[in-house]
Write a protein of this length. Sequence first.
Length: 494
Amino acid sequence: MTRPAVSVVAVCGLLAVGLGAAAATGPEAPRTTRSSEVRSVPVARATGVCPDPATNTSMVSRAGVATPSGLATGGGTAGSGSLELGDLGGNGAPRVSLSSSPSSAVKPIPPHSAPLVATASGSLAPGFAASMVTRGVSGDLRGLSGTSCVAPGTDFWFVGAGAVVGQRGRLYLTNAESAAAVVDVTLFGPDGPIDTPAGRGIAVAAGAQEVRLLDALSPDTAWIAVHVQVHQGKVAAALRDQQVAGLEPRGTDWVPAAAAPARHVVVPGVPAGAGERRLQVLVPGDSDAIIRLRLIGRDGSFAPAGLDVLQAEAGSVTDVDLAPYAKGQDVAVDLTSDVPVAAGLLARVGPATGGPAELAYTAGTPALTPAQPGVAALAWFGSATHSTLALAAPGADAQVRVVPLPPATGQPVDVRVPAGTATVVDLATVTRETLYAVAVVPAPGSGPVVASRQISEVAPRGPLITVEPVQPGRFAVRVPSVSADLSTGLRPRR
């Protein structure tokens, strides 16, 4: 009757001795990870996905990739790395392969190509960016249209496009992952949220792309905002707008993804000149918004007469005509709201006397900082084509260096942007290459700056234009420290 008790006592004694010896000679005692123990490590892998270019045999598309690793405050990753651009699904050889940083490449993309996937790893991953531009000079797809190749994610906002006679918006959902994705698409219009049963539970197979027409989801809606939410997996979302008036083209372009709704939003790169300048503001929540609007130009910021304070209804898209105030100079739009909002802007240009028009979109964009500079991965220069960089400093003074990325040659250009002003940099002063990429690097101590790259062309039938906001690069990720825990069998890293 006493043997079990004796055995238990003996086992407990042996365990106590063993644990005591481990404490004396083994690793340090386990401890709980505190929330403050978070460190930043360089990005080790990055992906960008572009939808298939809307082309025919008379159109030309180009894709650009760039890696500026080492240009951010704190530097980049040492060691080897690679960057490849190829077709969705990995069919065929890579269209681009890079192995050094900083570097860039621009390659033509044949008509009717598959969606593009760019992947950077190792030392080429921090700050990686990719972009695509398509040029058409005839037909209903006439125009310059450009878009960033975005990282797969679970949440995207677009403010722009529409679904009325002569206008067709297309939403592209591309799944570059190895597992299927399930997506919900929510639409907002001038009269509030739009019931779209066909936008719920959209299945996107692994390595596939789904396209949805906005006029099928919400016909006869002039201004539409789109919220893409991924409930399973990840996708890359893109929105393209195409407009015609009868048989006359009125422009086509990609609508850039807008920054997530916030109380302070800055829309860069509103081009100067005659034509429409339509600002759309989305209030996705349940409370109406009171918004203070100002325009930031080369001589400072100002509130347009009668538009200094806007009232926007909850759940709706509010349209604001800025054309009378954006003719003489490029401006940025600064919005301060009492509730979160998202914003985008349509700019339309055209010849003075008839002929086809052209359009470009821009959107609310996060600011660049010394720790998160950005890259314009594709710029264009020619006898009738030139590229510019629009910079705006909504808060403090900004000091920015514009750097051509190899193989482009040229000298970096330092640009000072006083607080509350905007400026335009002609990229021909940075490099004389035909196709190239540039990094936009705020100096240490610089205030935040928002940026956009514009490509324009003087074509025989009328101007062509596209605007692409420059997004902050992803250089580092924050990871928690890990401590040993006997319950998981982990040991501390030596």
